[in-house]
Design a protein around this ligand. Structure first.
Ligand code: ATP
Ligand code: MG
Ligand code: MG
Ligand code: MG
Length: 466
């Protein structure tokens, strides 16, 4: 089953259960200063959960564009390293606004997976929030799942491993306990069950999260009950496609393979297993969708996150041998794959291509020199820490964002002295201030809508890109 068909089957299933099919919202949450990019299907319904907004329906279903490359949910550093993470992905979801709650949500999820998608029950495991006896009982009694397949997980404060069955959109906003469904990709793949120290492997892959929205967390961390208990779910289209297409990695599904092939074509790479091709396939989606939604590469906020993703992509192309702009030529392949489901991509194709090409030309002018400096520093200094002053020079003179330098170093098992980078940055700002200079905004020729994000001031200076 192709991913386009899986997307449709999901929406059709929930439509048949009385859910209104709602279009994806923009990746840029214009009216939510707490959010960098749309990171989940529920974002566009935040005010409905909070009781501030009313819709003519109490059940909805969406396929939502998401980007997780900053803020609370950030997977940029996972891309190229795990089988299951993208910066851009599609989240399939069903929502109840004070309508059904735990029992129906769980039963819908189970019916869709085992009867519509026909997944074998013995490949599925679920987790529930440790204290949520109600969810535990629904799984073991109403659904009839064996108790060894239902794992209780706490909020894991301070635990070594990551599983966490209390979902939050960000530091504030709607949140609640959740139950998650995992698929066992087989004993030959390293990884352990959720809740064990080995869970970070890619054997048991989380495919679907069902959140029982019950609280609004305020800035002081206090939980206020929501007006009505609600449901918010999210299933990664790429992850369920991998399961249904009998492949292990998200990057092996039809949609992503078309982009991996495009990356190989544009970089003349014959090693189809190269992680760089996967990174390029991922990044062309994030960059194109962000530009189509009005973000342009820049030096701060959202624009800087976009610039960092583009430069990481260019560096991977450079690693494969590209010495001139190539990345923008993958846009057409993306439009062929996803333009029908997301018409804004088709409409914006020409502008997306131009913006990428300009950004590529700009970085290709300095990357060679910058890479030479980086390589010679790595060779000279065989220690485990990369010089922070050099990292700053690469940033300041050659346009290497700190996270790009760190990413290259990580491939060699080397970390970057970010404290020294920060002091070099602070010193330069002080000098500039003393000299009474003002930094000019570097704007590309661009006539479409622009976007500004004020939530995270100076991402780069804080070094929280690592
Ligand atoms: P993981 O633990 O694998 O990082 P998550 O717990 O952070 O996933 P949720 O916030 O629960 O993910 O999001 C709901 C669903 O969205 C996940 O169950 C998964 O199917 C999908 N998903 C989340 N992050 C990504 C990503 N970076 N790329 C692709 N799919 C994702
Ligand atoms: Mg995650
Ligand atoms: Mg998880
Ligand atoms: Mg999850």
């Amino acid at each position: 089953m192709k991913s386009a068909e899986i997307r449709k089957k999901f929406l059709d299933y929930f439509a048949s259960k009385g859910h209104q099919v709602v279009a994806s919202s923009s990746l840029v949450p214009h009216d939510d200063p707490t959010l960098l990019f749309t990171n989940a299907g529920m974002n566009q319904f935040k005010d409905v959960f909070l009781g501030f907004d009313k819709r003519p329906y109490t059940r909805a279903t969406t396929s939502q564009k998401c980007v997780r490359a900053g803020g609370k949910h950030n997977d940029l550093e996972n891309v190229g390293y795990t089988a299951r993470h993208h910066t851009f992905f599609e989240m399939l979801g069903n929502f109840s606004f004070g309508d059904y709650f735990k029992r129906d949500a769980i039963q819908y999820a189970w019916e869709l997976l085992t009867e519509v998608f026909k997944l074998p029950r013995d490949k599925l495991y679920v987790t529930v929030y440790a204290e949520d006896d109600e969810a535990y009982d629904i799984w073991t009694k109403a659904v009839g799942l064996a108790s060894e397949r239902v794992i209780r997980i706490g909020d894991n404060k301070g635990a070594r491993y990551a599983s966490d069955n209390f979902w939050m959109m960000g530091d504030t906003g709607p949140c609640g306990p959740c139950t998650e469904i995992f698929y066992d990709h087989g004993a030959e793949i390293p990884g352990g069950l959720p809740g064990t120290p080995e869970e970070d492997g890619d054997r048991y892959i989380e495919i679907w999260n069902n959140v029982f929205m019950q609280f609004n967390r305020d800035e002081a961390g206090v939980m206020h009950p929501l007006p009505k208990p609600s449901v918010d779910t999210g299933m990664g289209l790429e992850r369920i496609s991998a399961v249904l297409q009998h492949v292990h990695s998200n990057y092996e599904i039809d949609l992503m393979q078309a982009l991996v092939k495009a990356a190989a074509r544009e970089t003349n790479c014959s090693d189809m297993e190269s992680p760089s091709l996967r990174v390029l396939a991922d990044h062309i989606r994030a960059c194109s969708f962000l530009i189509a939604d009005g973000v342009i590469p820049g030096n701060e906020g959202r624009g800087y996150v976009l610039r960092r993703i583009i430069r990481r992509a260019i560096r991977h192309g450079y690693k494969l041998g590209a010495r001139a702009a190539f990345f923008h030529r993958m846009v057409n392949d993306l439009v062929v794959e996803m333009g029908d489901a997301y018409p804004e991509l088709k409409d914006g194709q020409q502008r997306v291509t131009e913006v990428l090409k300009q950004e590529e030309d700009r970085f290709f002018a300095t990357i060679e020199h910058g890479m030479a400096i980086l390589e010679s520093d790595l060779a000279e200094n065989s220690g485990k820490v990369f010089n922070g002053e050099t990292a700053f020079k690469l940033h300041d003179t050659y346009g290497f964002p700190l996270d790009l330098t760190a990413d290259i170093c990580r491939e060699r098992g080397v970390s970057v002295d970010t404290a020294a980078f920060d002091s070099a940055m602070a010193r330069q700002k002080e000098q500039a201030r003393a000299a009474g200079k003002f930094k000019m905004a570097t704007n590309l020729d661009y006539s479409g809508p622009t976007t500004t994000f004020h939530g995270y001031e100076s991402l780069e200076a804080k070094g929280n890109v690592l």
